[in-house]
Design a protein around this ligand. Structure first.
Ligand code: JHZ
Ligand code: ZN
Length: 409
């Protein structure tokens, strides 16, 4: 366990503004014989008034979360495949002047969903992915990948073997890394005096506005705002040069970063920094309100499911997301209220959900015996799911969602 009472970025003293109670490993789907040895930690978010980083006080050791059993495969979502193709095309067209002599690095390259487009364009590339089973899929597809955690010393090694990188990118990765100072120091060295770092992660603004507190789980040690990203960049001789909001993962932000003075700064940077200030993202009172919003969302969901249960209707969860681990454990919802959770990932199926132990069933079983209500745990993929589930709706099936508020659709 990596626990701190000092901000991981700036060292300022921090304390928690709320607790979500004891949480298991969010992606720790388990078998019955593992119930007795399940790992729990108290999940407490906090906010640094000095550098504005929203972070967890304690995070389980990395190996407990990212290992050869990691069950999240980016390529399972068709929409995400398109998203990463477009992301890759944007970078190739706008940030690589001389493709033949360029070198790009992806941090947390998962199964190669994005890096394959660089490979297909003949661009020299390297993926760094600590979860060996997902890294293996990329390697089998010919994508240059090493299975390690990125830090400053790995950056030194890459620099001496391959030289500077033109682009370093990461999607849904930075917010997972506790020692970001080491990562940013390594990135700054690899970029030299002209490369760019581009990364995207769930955006704090979306989480606060939609009360999507399920973005907070063991893996997400940070939820970034532009203000907090700008602050960490400045510590490492880098600066924010552009921001672009994304609809993925329930509302994300893409940050463009470069060595200080090397690039023109887009007006959107100043705009978002001002906007965050006006909306109170830099003040503790905002987070005290968020705590109350989380409690209301939790209580509303428990009341709705209890009512449905009293009517003897069946509820199945749709998508055994990492996010659902927070919802279920914080709300103490178990198989008394939800009979099972359907998921397309073979590695999750026939196991039980972390902490509250709801059975995970293959998607085919959901289709065979559709419930009265499907609880949309994968709400961030709503469009893709609604497009696919016309039959469920036609047969009278209803959706329950909890973001942005608890309701039956
Ligand atoms: P999804 C993971 O979060 C973990 P999760 C991680 N920490 C992170 O940051 C983001 O991803 C990027 C299933 N599904 O994408 C597949 C269906 O069954 O919301 C997945 O198990 N049917 C790295 O886990 C889950 O739902 C479907 O039609 O919260 C979706 O997980 C679809 C679309 C998905 O990420
Ligand atoms: Zn700080």
């Amino acid at each position: 366990m990596n626990t701190t009472d000092k901000c991981r970025i700036c060292g300022n003293e921090i304390s928690s503004f709320m607790t979500f109670g004891n949480m298991p490993i969010a992606n720790g789907f388990l078998k019955k014989d593992q119930f007795d040895n399940e790992y729990f930690f108290e999940m407490m978010p906090s906010f640094c008034e000095c550098c504005f980083a929203f972070q967890l006080i304690g995070q389980p050791d990395a190996k407990l979360m990212f290992n050869e059993n990691y069950p999240f495969f980016s390529s399972l979502s068709k929409y995400m495949q398109q998203h990463f193709k477009k992301f890759a095309d944007d970078l190739i067209n706008n940030y690589l002047e001389d493709k033949e002599n360029s070198f790009v690095i992806e941090l947390g390259s998962n199964d190669g969903i994005m890096l394959k487009h660089f490979m297909n364009s003949g661009i020299s590339h390297l993926g760094i992915e600590p979860s060996s089973n997902v890294a293996q899929i990329a390697i089998e597809n010919g994508i240059n990948t090493i299975s390690k955690f990125f830090n400053e010393s790995l950056a030194d090694q890459i620099l001496s073997e391959k030289g500077n990188a033109n682009i370093i990118f990461a999607a849904n990765v930075m917010c997972h890394i506790p020692d970001l100072n080491s990562v940013f120091a390594g990135i700054a060295k690899l970029l030299g005096n002209k490369g760019v770092l581009v990364f995207e992660d769930p955006y704090l603004g979306d989480m606060l506005e939609k009360v999507s507190y399920d973005q907070i789980y063991d893996e997400h040690v940070y939820i970034f705002s532009a203000s907090s990203v700008s602050s960490i960049c400045n510590r490492h001789g880098l600066e924010l040069i552009d921001v672009q909001p994304q609809i993925t993962h329930g509302g994300s932000m893409r940050y463009f970063i470069a060595p200080i003075g090397s690039n023109k700064i887009s007006s959107s940077v100043n705009k978002i920094l001002k906007d965050e200030e006006l909306k109170g993202f830099k003040q503790v009172s905002k987070y005290n309100q968020f705590k109350l919003d989380c409690e209301k969302s939790r209580d509303d969901l428990v009341s709705l499911l209890t009512k449905i249960n009293s009517e003897n209707k069946r509820v199945i969860g749709y998508g055994a997301t990492s996010k659902s681990t927070t919802i279920l454990n914080y709300s103490n919802i178990g198989s008394n209220l939800i009979e099972s959770i359907s998921d397309t990932t073979p590695l999750k199926q026939h196991k039980y959900s972390p902490g509250v132990h709801i059975p995970i069933i293959p998607y085919e079983d959901f289709v065979k015996e559709p419930p009265d209500y499907a609880l949309l745990f994968a709400w961030n993929h709503s469009q893709e799911i609604f497009d696919k589930e016309k039959e469920f709706e036609k047969n009278g099936g209803k959706w329950i969602r909890f973001v942005p508020k608890v309701e039956i659709l």
